[in-house]
Design a protein around this ligand. Structure first.
Ligand code: SAH
Ligand code: SF4
Ligand code: F3S
Length: 465
């Protein structure tokens, strides 16, 4: 296998220009297909990869069969995420046989694991380029090397350098994701992310502020600040700026927009954060605070570093000031040896907090993590039942939560047309509640006031005022 050494290759900017010249010789603009699996941070990386491809002169397609370059930006968080990638790769084999000039590139969190990179090299020999996570800095060099005859190129390092000079090609003209930091230091025992994304690295506040300012000037109405734990933003920077301070600086930018963020680790969610959330006019009245479990014994074995009591006190800080404040969470079901009692405690916590939405996942063993070595006697069928019980409870809570909006007038960011009910528009409240209403498509991209007339378990409906 040829060893790829980016230090011995020309600079990325040079490679971009060289590939551009190369592609300009084609009679038709070559098309790229870029697909990101996994979380919003990965999707944001995918937008940067697309930005580089655009600069190189590629056009884009949603149809793999039309593409001369395919990039899969992968996720490793659960086994089914990896299975999906391998399944997709299998379906591409025929395309590659029919068109050997097709370039197939795999990047993202999966490929950063050596055993996966080895499996790809052995069993999926038609993959041309394998790159580690956040590979934006090396992507251009890899393509350049491939075009110079390197048949198989692999660099599964985690790209730790933050690239500030790449313009992402954004998929949406209304809502933009802005990563504020990369990596994770927390090593929750079930989670692969710290191994595949490396240690925490914060962007400079000036870079973030200038990106957000420019997005707002360009008409973006909702900015999602991203990091695996935004609450530790700035701890690695020399100037020591905290996340709540960053939020307050962003909130000074004038314009009509909402700021959201995720994820916020409860171990570092401070009263200053809650204060900023309650006070800053541009901060959406929504906090995603992933609890994972309602059992202190499980939280300890997960290495989450907070207790249920501390978590509930954070919820109280927010809800005592604003009872309508929206809260959502992630819950991991079936962590090794989670007992019925542990699970009951999770249900109790959900009853107490009355979340607006829950993202629940059945535990998936990730090799290399600590929890992969923990004994687990709970059968999978029991875990599936627990998931169903949790979802049933949340459905009841959502129905009740949504009922309280009846008759109220809410500000909604209209974001498109309903796929389910033709003629209807969709939007989100500041609390991220889905709203449907009828109106002209001219309202898309605007903040509108909606009087709520109907409530369901997954959304509310109303009339434009
Ligand atoms: N940094 C975020 C989580 C990112 S991963 C945080 O700390 O909240 C998103 C979610 O995937 C996690 O909240 C967790 O619920 C789930 N998850 C992570 N590892 C998992 C695993 N091994 N099996 C199943 N779900 C997992
Ligand atoms: Fe994974 Fe925990 Fe880091 Fe979130 S904070 S990415 S769950 S290790
Ligand atoms: Fe998946 Fe990587 Fe995100 S593992 S959830 S794509 S950080």
């Amino acid at each position: 296998m040829p060893k790829f050494d980016s230090a011995n290759l020309p600079a990325p900017e040079f490679c971009i220009q060289e590939v551009r010249k190369w592609l300009s010789a084609y009679p038709q603009k070559p098309l790229a297909y870029v697909h990101s699996f996994g979380c919003q941070l990965n999707v944001a990386d995918g937008e940067k990869l697309s930005g580089i491809l655009k600069e190189m002169g590629y056009g884009f397609t949603q149809d793999v069969a039309e593409a001369s370059l395919i990039v899969y930006n992968t996720c490793a968080v659960r086994e089914n995420a990896e299975d999906r990638v391998f399944g997709t790769l299998g379906s591409i084999k025929k395309l590659k046989q029919d068109n050997p000039a097709l370039i197939l590139c795999l990047t993202g969190c999966m490929t950063t694991q050596p055993q996966i990179a080895e499996k790809i090299q052995k069993s999926y020999r038609y993959v041309d380029i394998v790159l580690g996570s956040s590979a934006v800095n090396h992507f251009a060099q890899m393509l350049w090397a491939h075009m110079h005859g390197l048949r198989y190129a692999q660099d599964i390092q985690i790209d730790t350098e933050i690239s500030e000079n790449i313009q992402p090609l954004r998929q949406n003209s209304l809502k933009a994701a802005v990563p504020i930091m990369y990596g994770c230091n927390n090593f929750c025992t079930y989670c692969i992310v710290p191994y595949v994304r490396g240690r925490e690295r914060s962007r400079q506040p000036e870079q973030i502020l200038s990106e957000v300012r420019s997005l707002i000037q360009n008409g973006y109405k909702e900015i999602m600040l991203l990091g695996q734990n935004v609450n530790s933003y700035g701890k690695d920077l020399p100037q020591k700026i905290s996340f709540p301070e960053l939020l307050r600086q962003i909130n000074e930018i004038s314009g009509e927009y909402w700021i959201r963020f995720m994820s916020s680790h409860p171990k570092d969610a401070t009263p200053e954060l809650m204060q900023a959330l309650l006070e800053c006019e541009h901060l959406a009245k929504h906090l995603h605070l992933p609890v994972q479990s309602g059992s202190n014994a499980i939280l300890k074995r997960m290495n989450r570093k907070y207790t249920v009591e501390k978590y509930l006190s954070q919820v109280e800080m927010i809800r005592s000031e604003n009872p309508d404040f929206s809260l959502t969470t992630d819950i991991l079901i079936g962590f090794p040896d989670e007992s019925e009692q542990d699970f009951q405690e999770t249900l109790d916590l959900v009853q107490k907090v009355r979340y607006d939405n829950i993202y629940s996942f059945i535990y998936s063993k990730r090799s290399g993590t600590k929890a992969a070595l923990f004994p687990d006697s709970t059968p999978e069928s029991e875990k599936v039942q627990r998931m169903q019980r949790l979802l049933a409870l949340q459905r009841e809570i959502s129905v009740e939560n949504h009922r309280k909006f009846l008759g109220k007038t809410l500000t909604v960011l209209c974001d498109g047309e309903s796929k389910k009910r033709s003629g209807n528009l969709t939007g989100r409240t500041s609390g991220n509640i889905l709203v449907e209403f009828s109106g002209s498509t001219d309202f898309i991209g605007k903040f509108v006031n909606i009087q709520i007339t109907e409530s369901h378990n997954n959304m509310i409906c109303g009339n434009l005022i």
